[in-house]
Design a protein around this ligand. Structure first.
Ligand code: ASP
Length: 448
C-alpha cells in the first residue's frame, strides 16, 4: 500500500509548514505581535481616557465580544480537525506499515522515549528549583485564592478507559487515546482482509488528502486567529501578567529553555544524528501556534503537517507518534509542576526529602500522561502532584494568575518534545527522508 499523498493540486493555497507558507508564517508572527500590542493598548488606554463607560464598552464589545468570538471560532476550527485527522491518518499509517510486529516495536520505542524525556524534564525542574529556590522568603500561607481540584478516577478505571466500548462516543467526546486504539485496530483488520481491506484502505488514503486540504484552508485564517487569541489575553491582564512571582516564572522558563537546548538537542544530535538548527527553524510555525493557543491538541494538525512535509517523517510513523505524544507527552507541563512543587513547598516551609522528590518525579511523569492537551490542564494535574507530597492543592490559586503565559511557553515545549521523539523514532526505523529534512524549501513528501 502506498503512503498517503501529501502533495496538493497547484494554486490551492499554503499548507501547514511549507515555503509559500513562509509568507503565512510571517503573517502569523505579525498577528502575534499585533495581538500583543493591541491587547496592551486595550488594557491601558481606556482607563486613562476621560470617556465615561469606555472601559465597560471595550470589555463588553471588544474583549468579550469580537476578540472572544473570533479567537474561539479559530480554536474550534482547529479542534474540528483533530478526530478526523487522528482517525484517518492513523488508519493510513497502520495500513502502510502492514506488519503488526513493526507497529509493536514502534509503539514501545515511542512510549519509552516519551516517558524518558518527561522524567528528565521533571528531574531538571526539581534540580533547578532546588538551586534557585524561587519560593525563598515567600510566606504563602493564607495568600491564595481557593482552588478546587477536580475528582480523579482510580488508576484501574483509567486503564480500562483506554479501550473504547463505543467508538462513536469516543470520537464525539474527543477521547484521543480511545480513538487511537480504535484506529489501530481498524488498520490491523484492514491489513488482514486482503482485497477488501486494500480497497477500504485506498478510500482512507483519499480521505487523508481531503483532511489535509481542509487543514490547509483553515490555516489561512491563522494570522487572524492568533491576533485575537493573544490580544484577548493581554487586553485582560496587561503586562502585569508578566510581573509578580518573578522568580517562579524565571525558574520555569529557564528549565524549559534548558530542556529544549540540552535534552532535546542532545537527542537530536547524538541519537537521531539530525541538525537541530534545521529542526527548530522548520518547527517555528508550530511553535507560534502552540504559543498562541496554549493547546497541544489544537496545534496537532500543524505539528503533523510540519513533521511529515518539512522534516521528512513518513506518515506510518508520524500518524502514530504525534497524536500519541499530544495526548501523553507533556515535558513542559512536567517542568512547571516540578518547579511549582518546590516553590510551594518552600513557601509553606515544608522540607522535601529524597523520597518526596522521587515520588514527585513518578507522579508528575504519570500526571503528564493524564494531562489533557488544552489550556491550563497542567494546573489540574498539579493538584495530584502536590497531594502526593502532602501540599495543599489550594496553593495552586497562587500561581494561577501567571499561569497563562507559562502555559503558552510550556505548550510550545510539549509539542517540540513530540516532534523530537517522532524524528528520533522515525530515524531508527528508516522512516525519515534526510533529503526532505535537509531541504530548506521542502514542499512535500513524495509518495512511497
Ligand atoms: N496547555 C498544555 C498543552 O496543551 C497543557 C498544560 O500544561 O496545561 O500542552
Amino acid at each position: 500500500m502506498t503512503e498517503p499523498q501529501w502533495s496538493r493540486p497547484e494554486g490551492t493555497g499554503a499548507t501547514p509548514g511549507h515555503t509559500t507558507k513562509d509568507r503565512l508564517t510571517l503573517r502569523i508572527f505579525l498577528g502575534l505581535v499585533l495581538g500583543f500590542a493591541v491587547g496592551l493598548v486595550l488594557y491601558y488606554l481606556p482607563p486613562a481616557l476621560p470617556f465615561a463607560g469606555l472601559e465597560a464598552w471595550v470589555q463588553e464589545y471588544l474583549i468579550d465580544g469580537v476578540f472572544l468570538v473570533f479567537g474561539k471560532i479559530f480554536v474550534n476550527l482547529l479542534k474540528l480537525m483533530i478526530v478526523p485527522l487522528v482517525l484517518v491518518s492513523l488508519i493510513c499509517g497502520v495500513t502502510a506499515s502492514e506488519e503488526s510486529k513493526s507497529l509493536g516495536r514502534l509503539g514501545s520505542k515511542t512510549f519509552v522515549l516519551y516517558l524518558f524525556t518527561t522524567a528528565v524534564a521533571i528531574t531538571l525542574a526539581l534540580l533547578l528549583g532546588q538551586l534557585i529556590d524561587p519560593g525563598a522568603g515567600a510566606n504563602l500561607q493564607g495568600d491564595f485564592e481557593p482552588f478546587q481540584p477536580a475528582e480523579r478516577p482510580p488508576f484501574v478505571q483509567v486503564l480500562i478507559n483506554i479501550f473504547p466500548d463505543n467508538p462513536m462516543q469516543a470520537m464525539a467526546e474527543g477521547n484521543m487515546l480511545q480513538v487511537i486504539v480504535f484506529a489501530i485496530l481498524v488498520g490491523i483488520a484492514l491489513n488482514h482482509t486482503g482485497e477488501q481491506g486494500r480497497r477500504i484502505g485506498a478510500i482512507f488514503n483519499d480521505l487523508n488528502v481531503v483532511v489535509m486540504k481542509l487543514i490547509q484552508l483553515i490555516m489561512q485564517l491563522a494570522p487572524y486567529g492568533v491576533f485575537f487569541l493573544v490580544g484577548k489575553v493581554f487586553a485582560e491582564q496587561g503586562i502585569d501578567l508578566l510581573k509578580g512571582l518573578g522568580a517562579y516564572m524565571a525558574c520555569v522558563l529557564l528549565a524549559l529553555l534548558l530542556h529544549v537546548s540540552g535534552t532535546y538537542m542532545s537527542i537530536l544530535v547524538f541519537v537521531a544524528r539530525l541538525n537541530p538548527v534545521i529542526f527548530l527553524s522548520k518547527m517555528r510555525s508550530a511553535l507560534m501556534f502552540a504559543f498562541s493557543t496554549a493547546s497541544s491538541a489544537a496545534t496537532m494538525p500543524v505539528t503533523m503537517g510540519i513533521v511529515e512535509k518539512r522534516l521528512g517523517v513518513k506518515n506510518s510513523v508520524a500518524s502514530f507518534t504525534i497524536p500519541l505524544g499530544t495526548t501523553i507527552n507533556m515535558d513542559g507541563t512536567a517542568i512547571m509542576q516540578g518547579v511549582a512543587t518546590v516553590f510551594i513547598a518552600s513557601g509553606y516551609g515544608v522540607e522535601l526529602g529524597p523520597a518526596e522528590y522521587i515520588s514527585v518525579i513518578v507522579t508528575a511523569t504519570l500526571a503528564s500522561i493524564g494531562t489533557a492537551a488544552v489550556p491550563s490542564a497542567g494546573m489540574i494535574t498539579l493538584a495530584m502532584v502536590l497531594g502526593q507530597v502532602g501540599l495543599p492543592a489550594e496553593a495552586i490559586g497562587l500561581i494561577l494568575g501567571v499561569d497563562r503565559i507559562l502555559d503558552m511557553v510550556r505548550t510550545a515545549v510539549n509539542i517540540t518534545g513530540d516532534a523530537v521523539v517522532t524524528c528520533t523514532v522515525a530515524r531508527s526505523e528508516g522512516a525519515l527522508d534526510q533529503s526532505v529534512f535537509d531541504d530548506p524549501a521542502a514542499l512535500e513528501v513524495q509518495p512511497g
